[in-house]
Design a protein around this ligand. Structure first.
Ligand code: EAX
Length: 326
């Protein structure tokens, strides 16, 4: 049940208190789920959210952080109201809020500063507004990171090396079309199914940001890593409208402060993982290709992906590509 209110407990506590003592305040629980270990860039965000909200409300709110590595399922639960909040990549979000598919275009973002700037600008804020019409609240943009290709078959140095690989993608049409365009065989599946599929050879490879590869020890099931950086993967904190609607004005402000704290902690962790992760994966035995001809990958994608890109919002894509910091 959403936002469990432990009033009965408070009442009993109040009755048991000596005269004049302040009665224990009712406590509201909020549950937030995300698909990664607590020791990860999502865990860092969720923990900062918890600490900030609990502190700002003097413990009147308690945040439960849980792991659930099926992002689509979590979004559905938030939408139907059996879950308060989730941190998820935009992987499956396009199936709920189609406008976000514009963010999943390969090589759309030049670097982290460009991506973070666009998402924090009126462009990103405008997209968050689109969640409302879908029975969801897009609270704040978080970050997964630039995605890179791993596989267990061969070293990938050029687009031609991707041809024929069975690659797991998220349940994301843009990503599936991109790998089709490279001549790979994309297999969409939830994150929860990834490791067994790699272990059993159902797929040869997958693509994820360094923070995800490190946090989930994907080096144990993948030998080769190529720093393709082929697409920026945003993440987002999504909450149930009822959960957000029940906040008083003061608590809503504390909630938004907590969301900002989550964004900072999450991005700082991505930055740190990006600095140390490649060496860490090498140390764990992965064969890492760092010198990648991105232009060749963009070229290889251009033809096969163009049809799909034409189904997207051209004006929005142009605004994103032309965005520059003030
Ligand atoms: O959001 O499914 C994925 O590959 C995602 O990057 C992962 O769940 C983190």
């Amino acid at each position: 049940m959403l936002m469990k209110l432990t009033r009965r407990l408070a009442l009993t506590a109040a009755l048991a208190l000596p005269l004049g003592a302040a009665p224990a305040l009712a406590q509201t629980e909020i549950t937030i789920q995300h698909p990664l270990p607590l020791n990860s860039h999502y865990g860092a965000g969720a923990t900062a959210f918890k600490e900030s909200l609990e502190r700002a409300t003097g413990g009147r709110y308690r945040v439960n952080i849980q792991r659930n590595d099926n992002e689509r399922e979590m979004i559905e639960s938030v939408q139907i109201g059996t879950l308060d909040c989730t941190v998820t990549s935009t992987g499956p979000v396009g199936n709920f809020v189609p406008e976000t598919r514009n963010l999943d275009v390969p090589f759309l973002f030049r670097d982290y500063a460009h991506a973070r700037g666009v998402l924090d600008s009126e462009i990103g804020q405008g997209l968050l507004q689109r969640f409302n019409a879908r029975g969801l609240v897009g609270v704040v943009w978080l970050e997964n990171g630039f995605r890179h290709l791993t596989n267990s078959r061969r070293e990938v140095n050029a687009p031609a090396d991707v041809r024929g690989l069975k690659v797991r993608t998220m349940e994301n049409q843009a990503h599936m079309r991109a790998f089709q365009a490279l001549g790979a065989m994309p297999t969409p599946m939830a994150f929860s199914e990834l490791v067994p599929a790699l272990q059993q050879g159902t797929v040869d490879g997958q693509e994820n940001p360094i923070p995800v590869i490190v946090a989930n020890n994907l080096n144990q099931v993948q030998r080769y890593l190529t720093l393709t950086g082929h697409v920026y993967s945003p993440a987002v904190l999504i909450c149930n409208p009822g959960t957000v609607g029940r906040f008083s004005a003061a608590d809503r402000a504390a909630f938004m402060e907590a969301a900002k704290a989550a964004q900072k902690a999450n991005r700082d962790r991505v930055t740190a993982d990006e600095q140390s992760g490649v060496e860490e994966l090498r140390r764990r035995g992965m064969n890492v290709v760092t010198q990648v001809d991105n232009a060749a990958f963009q070229q290889a994608l251009a033809g096969g992906f163009a049809d799909f890109e034409r189904t997207l919002d051209q004006a929005l894509l142009r605004r994103i590509r032309e965005w520059k910091p003030n």
